[in-house]
Design a protein around this ligand. Structure first.
Ligand code: RFL
Ligand code: PHB
Length: 396
């Protein structure tokens, strides 16, 4: 016999999408239970995204989980694009009427949200095995085992916030979804190094050896990424090789120096663009990476996940206040407009900055012209800037 629980919205996945949804629902007086496969420590320590659009940071602050972010987040007003040994600053703030981005780790976002949920008495199950969703057409339920007990949650709706490899999307009957995918012929090797950042701002560099990115987490922690082969084992990248390769790719004509330090984490991430349409089936609603993946070049995945659940939380509020399903029915359509614009931007940034091995001499010249254009035309730079700081949350 399994223990039976009941809630209004059952949320599968306790990453940024799941925890933010649970938090927003609570503010709207709606009950939820979060079912997460991994341990709390794992989710809170997993180093991933680091750039919050202004709209994401504002939502954290407005919804009461922004105290630490206000103290520790680093506000950035520009980014650098570097190629041919020269840096070109894109003044995000000046080009977008004063908008900014915030550097604050995704794991810190999840930590703040989890703390807020638990402090408010929210129910979150960690380390859940054999998670299964059922009854999507009528009476949904989530079954799982946690601390060796099997449990079943009966709910009105399920939010599938369980990432790209989760169980929710594959539970939708074959034929109900259309998927769109592009896999890139390279990956990112990401490291975290215990050394002060070498620049105050992010640097995206395009080099004939491949792309590299300089980012940060704090005044003492540098986050760096390097384009590598998709199937390359991590053992091929001893510390010395990583630093040498990064130094070559970031080199400038005026001898810019990359500070080296102990590497505390490293991992390889494949790159893909993916969208599943529609983002809903019956009483199941997909949000975040469960529904779409963007290559990280535009720093958009986390922000898109937060934008989805903002729309979804409002739709649930409308349903519970008025009984109207109109906004729930329109959820996928409302999100996909933004999703596809963000897909376009992330794809464009990826194409502009990476080395594609099969490229012809023509392709390479065209890519170089794209960089030249975006760093010399105010119109082109403005287009990059408005996408990078984040498109409006509520487009007209
Ligand atoms: P997540 O974060 O993957 O969370 C899903 C959660 O679901 C759990 N789960 C399950 N739980 C229960 N049952 C199951 N069967 C389950 N299967 C999975 C997982 O353990 C997990 O806790 O998805 P979510 O919430 O949609 O959030 C999306 C973001 O995590 C993702 O888009 C970003 O990390 C992407 N991304 C970036 N996004 C940005 O906005 N800015 C960035 O700067 C940025 N940089 C990045 C990134 C992603 C990266 N990697 C590693 C993929 C840099 C990297 C390197
Ligand atoms: C990061 O800091 O992790 C980061 C920054 C910008 C990106 C991707 C990742 O485009």
């Amino acid at each position: 016999m399994s223990a039976r629980l009941r809630t209004q919205v059952g949320i599968v996945g306790g990453g940024p999408a799941g925890m933010m949804l649970s938090h927003l629902l609570q503010l709207g007086g709606i009950e939820s239970i979060v079912v997460e496969a991994r341990s709390r420590e794992h989710v809170e320590e997993r180093v991933r995204a680091g750039v919050l659009e202004q709209g994401t940071a504002d939502l954290m602050i407005e919804s009461g989980v922004g105290e630490r972010l206000k103290r520790q987040g680093l506000v950035h007003r520009g980014i650098e694009l570097r190629f041919d040994g020269r840096g070109h600053r894109i003044d995000l703030s000046e080009l977008t009427g004063g908008r900014t981005i915030m550097i604050y780790g995704q794991n810190e976002v999840v930590k703040d949200l989890t703390d807020a949920r638990l402090a408010a008495g929210g129910r979150v199950f960690f380390e859940c095995d054999n998670v299964k969703v059922a009854g999507l057409d009528a009476k949904p339920s989530i079954a799982f085992t946690a601390t060796d007990d099997s449990r079943e949650i009966a709910c009105d709706f399920i939010a599938g916030c369980d990432g790209f490899h989760g169980v929710c999307r594959p539970s939708i009957p074959a034929g109900a979804l259309t998927t769109y995918e592009r896999v890139y012929p390279f990956a990112w090797l990401g490291i975290l190094a215990a050394v002060a950042p070498s620049s105050d701002e992010l640097i995206y560099t395009s080099h004939e050896r491949g792309f590299a990115l300089h980012s940060m987490r704090s005044p003492e922690l540098t986050r760096l990424y390097i384009q590598c082969a998709p199937d390359e084992p991590l053992e091929n990248w001893p510390e010395e090789r990583i630093w040498d390769e990064l130094s070559q790719r970031f080199a400038t004509i005026d001898n810019w120096q990359l500070q080296r330090g102990p590497i505390t984490q490293k991992g390889i991430t494949p790159m893909r663009s993916f969208v599943a349409e529609p983002m809903q089936y019956g009483n199941l609603f997909l949000a975040g990476d469960a529904a779409h993946i963007v290559p990280p070049t535009g720093a958009k995945g986390l922000n898109l996940a937060i934008a989805d659940v903002r729309v979804l939380a409002r739709a649930f509020e409308e349903f519970y206040q008025s009984g109207s399903r109109a906004s729930l029915a329109g959820y996928s359509g409302a999100c996909l407009r933004r999703v596809w614009k963000v897909q376009r931007f992330s794809w464009w940034m990826t194409l502009m900055l990476h080395r594609f091995d099969g490229d012809s001499a023509f392709d390479r010249r065209r890519q170089r012209a794209e960089l030249d254009y975006v760093t010399s035309s105010r119109a082109a730079a403005t287009s990059l800037a408005e996408n990078y700081v984040g498109l409006p949350m509520d487009p007209v």
